[in-house]
Design a protein around this ligand. Sequence first.
Ligand code: R2B
Ligand code: URA
Length: 298
Amino acid sequence: MHTDHINHTFLDPVLAGNEVDTYYHFGVASDDPLLEELRRVRAIILGGSGERARAFAEEWSRRNGGAPIVDFPKEDRFVTRYTAGVLFASHGMGMASASIALQELMRMVFFLKRGDLAEMARVAWMRVGTSGGVGLPPGTVVVSTEGLMADLKPYRLLQGGHGEYWFDGTFPRDMVEDLMAAAEAAGVPAMPGKTVAANDFFLEQFRLDGAISMETPDSKMAWLRWLDENGVRNIEMEGAMVAGYLNYWGFPRFGMICVTIVNRLVGDQVTFTPEELHGFTEREGELLFTFLRRELNR
Ligand code: R2B
Ligand code: URA
């Protein structure tokens, strides 16, 4: 862990009990008794949809002898559940939304682990999502090796008028290996590769079916081929930021698995039925639970 990258100025007085940290978007604060139930958290699972956070928590509880589920009270931004050592939280769509969830959860983990870097390093993070595949049959799970933006450069944010903050989007290699091994054990088709995180579902993903379309079939295919040639296997909207922020604090265990729900070399529209899409996320769930079982026994 990079202690010099942690915002100790703000967080240490919270640990000392001199300040309260309000995790506003989650509707809890560091003096809330609910957080005491989360002290033993070993993994944080993030996904876009609140419904999936609920369903994953219920299934993880079921697989752990009906362990009690702690519900966070506020649900208008993110849905959050804790059960059997794992916190499941939704983060909405896009890096702007997900970065709020992630920064508040990083602060929460610092508080829950009392600033103990070794304990923090034992917490695994994982984003479980959907994506557009680059040349892969839909239903394939991509295990991300690196998260990049649409220009194949890492995640950046504007630093006012002075330039940009840059982040490292690399996912830890041993996590990629452990996730691929979990996929094999769970019988889930998976492939490692780079992932592009776009700031928009349409324009930045070179879709031609948006309300606003500024590309041509040729320029779209040229972008997709460029991604393919550079080892990009899928496109989603959060991974580069997730990897960037977790690397910044130096968490050693984090990964991303995203099932592909369209092959972008073939089309733009997602046309699977809700039942078919449910089947894809069930598969992804099997990979997740196989990984979690192993991770919590490490
Ligand atoms: C994948 O799917 C969502 C858009 O449909 C977005 O959150 C993402 O990364
Ligand atoms: N999510 C995305 O961001 N893009 C896709 O094509 C599919 C899911």
